[in-house]
Design a protein around this ligand. Structure first.
Ligand code: COA
Ligand code: MG
Length: 316
């Protein structure tokens, strides 16, 4: 995917105006002004007006600026989309929460299509969605396959946990109760092996995204004091195939960027692998060894992906 990176997507409640400039000056690739769950019901209209004002007044630099609307079955969502989409040229797109059906997706795509006819072609509104309910998860492949204009899909771990019965107080963290004990052994004490209770959901969403060529984003990690915990969560998402992670606090931005930027070591490996493979090809060979490890056609693709990811990183 050659689209510009979204290594970090920062959540900014639209009622916290003191956060706006800080978000604009930060090193996040993307952010969303939130009208949904970080805004109390009696502040919904004020939050929408704040978002519109911020989109006009703040210099957001080269950041991708989204608005997270209210869920489509609320009384606010239509006006969120219509008002901001029609009046805010700087807006890059909408993040739609709790998508649960292909019908909802088609409804939003129709609205965006109508709004985009009135916007300059290079300012067409993008669509980003959240899969964060049991229903959305059950239909994730169908939803993404049916989409014409989805750019990214975020796995929203907090609401997903809630929709499964809400066993987790810490958003996106580990849970010591999701563990198995090693067998009784007279020589050693039994160990609890913690598992990742989000593995199934993360793996399903990332597979659906890669199947239909949209960008998978891993959702929030609520304990913003836990740097190592965030980095571990981000690293495991990246290994699964995610391309970025949410931040809910400025301390998490550099961590997400670190986790989702190809390291110097990876870039050097990619360059060395490509030259070794080029040389092998000139000698009529498809496979070759580099530092004692096999390289073949798949490694050429891996190396090219690393370099493409490195090239998609821009100054936010
Ligand atoms: N975006 C931009 N700036 C932020 C920010 C954010 N999401 N969260 C905090 N900041 C800024 C604060 O303004 C403060 O700036 P300053 O040092 O210049 O004064 C600094 O970062 C430290 O903030 P802190 O005092 O630690 O945060 P807080 O206690 O006021 O708020 C949260 C903590 C978690 C409530 C807040 O970070 C937040 O609202 N995050 C987003 C939540 C959200 O959107 N949830 C929905 C999606 S999951
Ligand atoms: Mg949510």
């Amino acid at each position: 995917m050659t689209m510009r990176s979204m290594r970090c997507l920062l959540a900014v409640p639209a009622v916290r105006e003191e956060f706006f400039q800080k978000a604009a000056d930060s090193s996040t690739d993307a952010l969303f002004l939130d009208l949904e769950d970080s805004v109390a019901p009696d502040r919904k209209i004020a939050a929408r007006a704040n978002a519109a004002r911020a989109l006009h007044e703040i210099a957001w630099k080269r950041k991708r600026v989204l608005v997270r609307t209210n869920a489509l079955d609320t009384e606010w969502a239509f006006r969120d989309i219509e008002h901001l989409g029609a009046n805010c040229p700087r807006l890059d797109g909408f993040l739609i929460p709790k998508v649960g059906s292909v019908e909802e997706l088609h409804y939003v795509e129709a609205l965006l299509g109508a709004l985009n006819r009135e916007r300059p072609p290079d300012r067409a509104l993008e669509l980003h969605i959240l899969i964060e309910t049991a229903l959305g998860m059950a239909r994730v492949e169908a939803i993404i396959e049916a989409a014409k204009r989805i750019v990214s899909v975020s796995f929203g771990v907090g609401d997903y946990s809630l929709s499964l019965g809400g066993q987790d107080r810490l958003v996106g963290g580990a849970n010591k109760h999701y563990a198995m004990l090693t067998d009784e052994n007279p020589d050693t004490s039994r160990e609890a092996h913690w598992n990742d209770q989000w593995h199934y959901a993360l793996a399903r969403v990332v597979n659906a995204c890669h199947a239909f060529n949209v960008m998978p984003l891993d959702g929030p990690f609520g304990n913003f004091a836990d740097t190592r915990g965030f980095l571990a969560a981000a690293a495991r998402g990246r290994v699964l195939g995610y391309q970025g992670k949410w931040a809910i606090h400025p301390t998490q931005i550099a961590l997400a960027n670190q986790a989702y930027t190809p390291s110097d070591e990876e870039v050097s490996w990619a360059q060395a692998a490509l030259s070794a493979l080029d040389e092998a090809e000139r000698a009529g060979k498809g496979a070759v060894a580099l530092n004692g490890q096999l390289l073949d056609v798949a490694h050429r693709k891996i190396a090219n992906q690393i370099l493409a990811r490195a090239a998609s990183v821009h100054d936010p």
